[in-house]
Design a protein around this ligand. Sequence first.
Ligand SMILES: [Zn+2]
Length: 209
Amino acid sequence: MECPICGSDNVEILNAKQKSSKKKLMEEYLLKCEDCGHVFKDIFSAKKPKPYRLIISAHDKSHKTTIDLSPSDELKSGDVLLSDLGQVEVTSIEVGDKRVNKAKIEDINTIWAASTEIPARIGFSVDLHGEVDSYKLDLERDFEIAPGDIVKIDKHIVKVHVIKTKDRKLTSGFAKAEVIKRVYSKPVKFNNFDYDLTKDIFKKTKKSS
Ligand SMILES: [Zn+2]
């Protein structure tokens, strides 16, 4: 909003009117330049929101829905949207028959996203010399696990040795559950532990190695 006479952006809004046509939302402003006193009109318009196809992945399932977005905006991977199934993060955008990381919304066929509200599901292995007790756990996304942690899980008290995340293996530091794929641990002969994950077990399997 700049004064067309002197170029100043020091303007006062005298009046604002919203207008809406079939396809557009318009905002008409009556403005007064504080520097030279010139009074002028400015119109901002945006296309009206339309429904777009949204596919949300949550663990191994996916849910199809739609989301209303303004066609004149832009969308990119990593953007957070509020869908009818909760908050999601855009992972990929389909334009024509291509997957892209960024697009003008009016060009989009399908938006792919991941839920950021459901718990993180991680694997947890307990190495029992020849056999492995393997668990699936549902944890708060920001729950932190560190190599060296002493953990109670089911009937075991174990020490965390290695944490495999989406892109590396950790033997020090820590990782949040949302990036962890699997935790590897071995039983220890302690009676005390840092925390108990037994209540977070979703599924248990036993494997011979
Ligand atoms: Zn002016």
